[in-house]
Design a protein around this ligand. Structure first.
Ligand code: NAD
Ligand code: UGA
Length: 472
């Protein structure tokens, strides 16, 4: 059966990127055999089952349409390497937690292990595709490892960074703004690049497939994430000023975004950006700049992360001052734990910081989320369990609490019956909307004291002094 496939593609790393990306390639290229391997057998087992390891709208249907036909999941990495013509490497590249560069640089240990394993198992020429997000010049290290043995096998390394966002991964993969492929500008580099272009051409319009030298491609990925995160930190910084001046951040964002040069997307003020990549990729960019002695450039980008930390902590302080400077023994319902809507992923979710800080203030937490409770349990597993409970149903979660804090912009939270919720809460009832997703005026009319991002609080207290406190 395998003999009938035109080409064999392997992806090492069956995570948020490897799984969905390969499912899309399998769907769009029925003549290619696509195999996804991982060192984690439980993860592979879940990919083979009805309970996929990640939640992503449309992913189950995509996987079911291809699995067993030309999409396969396996733990046999060696066999996968031996039979593949093209190997995508999509392993995790987290921030280093030890040694030189700890807390800043990318930890490339998983990456390097993969390179060595490819070298050890390969018996025929391969195209190796960097799918993971990597520091600029990683391809050089990859090439050096792959050429380190007396071997006649030719390896060509390409850079093909992934730009999908979680929650919209299937849509992003199907209709990407652009696909970027970087290669060496040698005859063999250009030939390999064309092979990869030919895969994407099966569904991506040619004008959306960009090719470049390999270093520009690697760096463009880090810079894209840095620019996106920078927009969020920019609007979040202005949200703090709005709270001092009675301006409304949504009106400011709308007016600013109407300038075609600026654009309206990614200007939603929030409790801060989360997710596994923005922080790690900016810190990596900062580390690289410092490495090359570009201190001013490093500081500029580092400030994007500083503003994000400031925004999360500002939110906690608002809660504390609004609720009469003590949270001890108070029950707080956390609506949403995922780092954004439509995913169960909680990596670097702002909810982790907020919950940790609220527990430090001795509050009791009731955490609700439609998809992320399993991950939330793991994230908070090291904290005092007797003051944390996890409740799927938002109405039940909010019963008998002093305050609600909205951490994720799930659509569900826009449509809740807040009158019913208010009736079952302890008074005065507080709501802190970290995503500006609820109708604040309506909440105020119901009786809530409402605190949103970048807006003057709507409260039923009259002393002007307490309002000053809230804005400290
Ligand atoms: P992930 O942690 O979900 O998946 C990585 C997988 O690689 C894990 O399942 C792990 O077990 C596996 N792995 C690690 N070492 C291995 C090895 N030696 N052999 C086989 N498998 C191995 O990570 P992710 O979110 O899919 O991210 C992967 C890369 O893609 C990162 O560099 C990330 O920055 C980048 N990226 C992520 C996203 C996203 O939305 N998550 C988007 C674009 C780019
Ligand atoms: C982001 C990028 O958008 C992708 O292009 C990139 O491929 C990916 O990182 C990656 O490299 O991992 P992702 O983190 O999945 O994707 O999700 P985003 O939609 O970018 O949201 C990131 C965070 O910013 C979330 O916490 C979100 O709530 C927050 N955000 C986003 C805001 O606070 N305001 C906005 O206006 C937009």
């Amino acid at each position: 059966m395998n003999a009938s496939f035109e080409k064999k593609i392997l992806c090492i790393g069956a995570g948020y990127v490897g799984g969905p990306t390969m499912a899309m390639i399998a769907r769009k290229c029925p003549n290619y055999k696509v195999t996804v391997v991982d060192i984690n057998p439980q993860r592979i087992q879940r990919w083979k089952s009805d309970r996929l390891p990640i939640y992503e709208p449309g992913l189950k249907e995509l996987v079911e349409a291809t699995r067993g036909r030309n999409l396969f999941f396996s733990t046999d990495i060696e066999e996968g390497i031996r039979e593949a013509d093209i190997i995508f490497v999509s392993v995790n590249t987290p921030t280093k937690t030890y040694g030189l560069g700890a807390g800043m640089a990318a930890d490339l240990q998983y990456w390097e292990k993969t390179a060595r394993q490819i070298l050890a198992c390969a018996r025929s020429p391969k195209i190796i595709v960097e799918k993971s997000t990597l520091p600029v010049k990683t391809a050089l290290a990859m090439e050096r490892i792959l050429k380190s043995r007396e071997s006649r096998i030719h390896f060509e390394v390409l850079s093909n960074p992934e730009f999908l966002a979680e929650g919209t991964a299937v849509r992003d993969l199907e209709k990407p703004d652009r696909v970027l492929i970087g290669s060496r500008l040698t005859p063999s580099g250009l030939k390999a690049r064309q092979e990869l272009v030919d895969i994407y051409r099966n569904w991506v319009p040619e004008e959306n497939i960009i090719t470049s030298d390999i270093w520009s491609s690697e760096l463009s990925k880090l810079v894209s994430n840095a620019f996106l995160a920078q927009r969020i930190s920019s609007i979040n910084a202005i949200s703090a000023l709005c709270e001092k001046t009675e301006a409304d951040i949504r009106n400011v964002a709308m007016a600013v975004g109407r300038d075609g040069r600026i654009g309206s997307r990614f200007l939603n003020a929030s409790i801060g950006f989360g997710g596994s990549c923005f922080k790690k990729d900016i810190l990596n960019l900062v580390y690289i700049c410092r490495h090359y002695g570009l201190e001013e450039v490093a500081e500029y980008w580092e400030s994007v992360v500083h503003i994000n930390e400031y925004q999360k902590e500002r939110f906690v302080r608002h809660m504390l001052t609004a609720m009469f400077n003590t949270l001890a023994g108070k029950k707080i319902c956390i609506l949403g734990f995922a780092f954004k809507a439509n995913t169960g992923d909680t990596r670097e979710s702002p909810a982790i910081h907020v919950c940790t800080r609220l527990l430090e203030e001795r509050a009791e937490l009731v955490i609700s989320d439609p998809k992320a409770l399993d991950n939330a349990r793991l994230d908070l597993g090291h904290l005092e369990q007797e003051r944390i409970s996890f409740v799927q149903d938002p109405y039940e979660a909010a019963r008998g609490v002093h305050a609600i804090a909205v951490m994720t912009e799930w659509d569900l939270y826009r449509r809740l019956d807040y009158q019913k919720i208010y009736d079952d809460m302890i008074k005065p009832a507080f709501i802190f909307d970290g995503r500006n997703v609820i109708d604040h005026e309506k909440l105020y009319d119901i009786g809530f004291n409402v605190y949103a991002i970048g807006k003057t609080p709507l409260t039923h207290f009259d002393e002007s002094e307490s309002v000053q406190d809230l804005q400290a």
